[in-house]
Design a protein around this ligand. Structure first.
Ligand SMILES: Cc1cc2nc3c(=O)[nH]c(=O)nc-3n(C[C@H](O)[C@H](O)[C@H](O)COP(=O)(O)O)c2cc1C
Length: 178
Protein backbone atom coordinates (compact mmCIF):
# COMPACT_ATOMS: atom_id res chain seq x y z
CA UNK A 1 0.00 0.00 0.00
CA UNK A 2 1.12 3.57 -0.64
CA UNK A 3 1.21 5.51 2.62
CA UNK A 4 1.46 9.29 2.74
CA UNK A 5 2.78 10.77 6.00
CA UNK A 6 2.10 14.48 6.53
CA UNK A 7 3.90 16.14 9.44
CA UNK A 8 3.46 19.59 10.96
CA UNK A 9 6.45 20.19 13.22
CA UNK A 10 9.45 22.37 12.40
CA UNK A 11 11.59 20.33 14.83
CA UNK A 12 13.59 17.89 12.73
CA UNK A 13 14.65 16.09 15.90
CA UNK A 14 11.48 16.71 17.87
CA UNK A 15 8.94 14.50 19.56
CA UNK A 16 6.53 14.07 16.65
CA UNK A 17 9.38 13.48 14.20
CA UNK A 18 10.58 10.66 16.45
CA UNK A 19 7.15 9.02 16.32
CA UNK A 20 7.05 9.57 12.55
CA UNK A 21 10.34 7.69 12.14
CA UNK A 22 9.04 4.81 14.29
CA UNK A 23 5.82 4.59 12.28
CA UNK A 24 7.68 4.64 8.95
CA UNK A 25 10.09 1.93 10.17
CA UNK A 26 7.16 -0.36 10.98
CA UNK A 27 5.32 0.44 7.75
CA UNK A 28 8.37 -0.15 5.57
CA UNK A 29 9.18 -3.41 7.35
CA UNK A 30 5.63 -4.50 6.51
CA UNK A 31 6.33 -3.79 2.83
CA UNK A 32 4.45 -0.53 2.43
CA UNK A 33 5.75 2.32 0.24
CA UNK A 34 5.92 5.47 2.36
CA UNK A 35 6.23 9.07 1.23
CA UNK A 36 6.67 11.91 3.69
CA UNK A 37 5.63 15.55 3.37
CA UNK A 38 7.05 17.77 6.12
CA UNK A 39 4.69 20.72 5.87
CA UNK A 40 6.88 23.01 8.02
CA UNK A 41 9.56 22.90 5.32
CA UNK A 42 7.19 23.34 2.39
CA UNK A 43 5.47 26.26 0.79
CA UNK A 44 1.72 25.79 1.30
CA UNK A 45 -0.53 28.82 1.13
CA UNK A 46 -3.65 28.64 3.32
CA UNK A 47 -6.93 28.01 1.48
CA UNK A 48 -8.79 31.28 0.90
CA UNK A 49 -12.10 29.64 -0.01
CA UNK A 50 -12.29 31.37 -3.40
CA UNK A 51 -13.97 28.27 -4.90
CA UNK A 52 -11.91 28.63 -8.07
CA UNK A 53 -11.14 24.90 -7.74
CA UNK A 54 -14.85 24.14 -8.03
CA UNK A 55 -15.06 25.98 -11.34
CA UNK A 56 -11.70 24.88 -12.79
CA UNK A 57 -11.52 21.11 -12.43
CA UNK A 58 -9.82 20.83 -9.04
CA UNK A 59 -7.18 23.40 -9.96
CA UNK A 60 -6.12 25.67 -7.10
CA UNK A 61 -5.16 29.30 -7.69
CA UNK A 62 -2.00 28.75 -5.61
CA UNK A 63 0.86 27.07 -7.49
CA UNK A 64 2.87 25.88 -4.50
CA UNK A 65 4.08 22.63 -2.95
CA UNK A 66 0.58 21.18 -2.90
CA UNK A 67 1.26 20.40 -6.55
CA UNK A 68 3.91 17.97 -5.30
CA UNK A 69 1.63 16.55 -2.59
CA UNK A 70 -1.63 16.13 -4.51
CA UNK A 71 -0.64 13.13 -6.66
CA UNK A 72 0.65 11.38 -3.51
CA UNK A 73 -2.55 12.24 -1.69
CA UNK A 74 -4.78 10.89 -4.43
CA UNK A 75 -2.74 7.66 -4.76
CA UNK A 76 -2.37 6.94 -1.05
CA UNK A 77 -4.15 4.00 0.52
CA UNK A 78 -3.46 5.57 3.91
CA UNK A 79 -2.84 9.13 5.05
CA UNK A 80 -1.01 9.68 8.35
CA UNK A 81 -1.31 13.03 10.11
CA UNK A 82 1.44 13.86 12.63
CA UNK A 83 1.48 17.06 14.65
CA UNK A 84 2.57 18.60 17.92
CA UNK A 85 -0.29 20.17 19.84
CA UNK A 86 -0.23 23.97 19.66
CA UNK A 87 -2.82 25.64 21.86
CA UNK A 88 -5.11 22.59 22.05
CA UNK A 89 -5.08 21.83 18.32
CA UNK A 90 -2.83 20.60 15.52
CA UNK A 91 -0.36 23.24 14.39
CA UNK A 92 -0.91 25.73 11.59
CA UNK A 93 1.51 24.09 9.17
CA UNK A 94 -0.41 20.82 8.97
CA UNK A 95 -3.82 22.53 9.12
CA UNK A 96 -2.92 24.57 6.03
CA UNK A 97 -2.31 21.32 4.15
CA UNK A 98 -5.57 19.76 5.34
CA UNK A 99 -7.58 22.82 4.30
CA UNK A 100 -6.06 22.61 0.84
CA UNK A 101 -7.60 19.12 0.46
CA UNK A 102 -10.62 21.22 -0.56
CA UNK A 103 -9.50 21.42 -4.21
CA UNK A 104 -9.76 17.62 -4.44
CA UNK A 105 -12.63 17.20 -2.03
CA UNK A 106 -14.93 15.54 -4.56
CA UNK A 107 -12.45 12.71 -5.20
CA UNK A 108 -11.11 12.44 -1.66
CA UNK A 109 -14.58 12.09 -0.15
CA UNK A 110 -15.63 8.45 -0.31
CA UNK A 111 -12.17 7.28 -1.50
CA UNK A 112 -10.99 3.97 -0.11
CA UNK A 113 -8.43 5.31 2.36
CA UNK A 114 -7.26 4.66 5.88
CA UNK A 115 -6.21 7.48 8.19
CA UNK A 116 -3.91 7.67 11.21
CA UNK A 117 -3.37 10.49 13.70
CA UNK A 118 -0.28 10.90 15.85
CA UNK A 119 0.00 13.77 18.33
CA UNK A 120 2.67 14.82 20.83
CA UNK A 121 2.19 17.32 23.64
CA UNK A 122 3.48 18.32 27.03
CA UNK A 123 0.25 18.08 28.99
CA UNK A 124 0.18 15.15 31.43
CA UNK A 125 -3.51 14.58 30.68
CA UNK A 126 -5.27 14.18 27.31
CA UNK A 127 -7.07 17.51 27.65
CA UNK A 128 -4.77 19.38 25.25
CA UNK A 129 -5.40 16.81 22.49
CA UNK A 130 -9.19 16.49 22.79
CA UNK A 131 -9.95 19.16 20.18
CA UNK A 132 -7.47 17.80 17.63
CA UNK A 133 -8.76 14.26 18.10
CA UNK A 134 -12.37 15.42 17.69
CA UNK A 135 -11.48 17.37 14.51
CA UNK A 136 -9.63 14.38 13.08
CA UNK A 137 -12.52 12.02 13.81
CA UNK A 138 -14.99 14.47 12.27
CA UNK A 139 -12.84 14.87 9.15
CA UNK A 140 -12.37 11.12 8.70
CA UNK A 141 -16.09 10.51 9.14
CA UNK A 142 -16.93 13.26 6.64
CA UNK A 143 -14.42 11.95 4.06
CA UNK A 144 -15.72 8.39 4.66
CA UNK A 145 -12.19 7.11 5.33
CA UNK A 146 -11.34 4.50 7.95
CA UNK A 147 -9.66 5.58 11.17
CA UNK A 148 -6.86 3.03 11.50
CA UNK A 149 -5.52 4.35 14.79
CA UNK A 150 -4.49 7.25 16.98
CA UNK A 151 -1.29 7.71 18.97
CA UNK A 152 -1.88 10.42 21.55
CA UNK A 153 1.49 11.01 23.22
CA UNK A 154 0.81 12.99 26.38
CA UNK A 155 3.61 14.09 28.71
CA UNK A 156 5.95 14.48 25.72
CA UNK A 157 7.26 18.01 25.88
CA UNK A 158 10.78 17.29 24.64
CA UNK A 159 12.53 14.50 22.77
CA UNK A 160 13.72 12.61 25.87
CA UNK A 161 10.13 12.38 27.11
CA UNK A 162 9.00 10.53 24.01
CA UNK A 163 12.13 8.34 23.80
CA UNK A 164 11.41 7.14 27.35
CA UNK A 165 7.73 6.42 26.70
CA UNK A 166 5.59 3.64 25.23
CA UNK A 167 4.59 5.80 22.24
CA UNK A 168 7.38 4.98 19.75
CA UNK A 169 6.42 1.30 20.10
CA UNK A 170 2.76 2.21 19.53
CA UNK A 171 3.71 4.16 16.40
CA UNK A 172 5.93 1.34 15.13
CA UNK A 173 3.21 -1.28 15.69
CA UNK A 174 0.63 0.92 13.98
CA UNK A 175 2.87 1.19 10.92
CA UNK A 176 3.66 -2.51 10.97
CA UNK A 177 0.02 -3.59 11.24
CA UNK A 178 -1.66 -1.07 8.97
C1 LIG B 1 3.19 27.42 20.21
C2 LIG B 1 3.14 26.20 21.09
C3 LIG B 1 1.94 25.85 21.68
C4 LIG B 1 1.86 24.71 22.48
N1 LIG B 1 0.65 24.39 23.03
C5 LIG B 1 0.55 23.26 23.80
C6 LIG B 1 -0.70 22.89 24.37
O1 LIG B 1 -1.74 23.50 24.15
N2 LIG B 1 -0.72 21.77 25.16
C7 LIG B 1 0.40 21.02 25.41
O2 LIG B 1 0.30 20.05 26.14
N3 LIG B 1 1.60 21.35 24.86
C8 LIG B 1 1.70 22.44 24.05
N4 LIG B 1 2.91 22.78 23.50
C9 LIG B 1 4.06 21.86 23.66
C10 LIG B 1 4.29 20.95 22.42
O3 LIG B 1 3.10 20.32 22.02
C11 LIG B 1 5.34 19.90 22.74
O4 LIG B 1 6.56 20.50 23.11
C12 LIG B 1 5.58 18.94 21.57
O5 LIG B 1 6.31 17.81 22.02
C13 LIG B 1 6.35 19.57 20.42
O6 LIG B 1 6.47 18.62 19.37
P1 LIG B 1 7.67 18.66 18.30
O7 LIG B 1 8.96 18.49 19.05
O8 LIG B 1 7.39 17.52 17.39
O9 LIG B 1 7.58 19.98 17.58
C14 LIG B 1 3.02 23.92 22.70
C15 LIG B 1 4.23 24.29 22.10
C16 LIG B 1 4.30 25.40 21.31
C17 LIG B 1 5.62 25.79 20.67
Amino acid sequence: MNILVITGSAHKKGTSSYLTDAFIKGAEEAGHAVSRFDAAFKNVHPCIGCDSCKKNEQTCVFKDDMQELNPELLNAGAVVFVSPIYYYDVNAQIKAVIDRFYANNSVLKGADKKAVLMLTYGDETEESAEGAIASYKGMVKYLEWENAGIVSAKGCYVLDDVINSEYPKQAYELGKNL
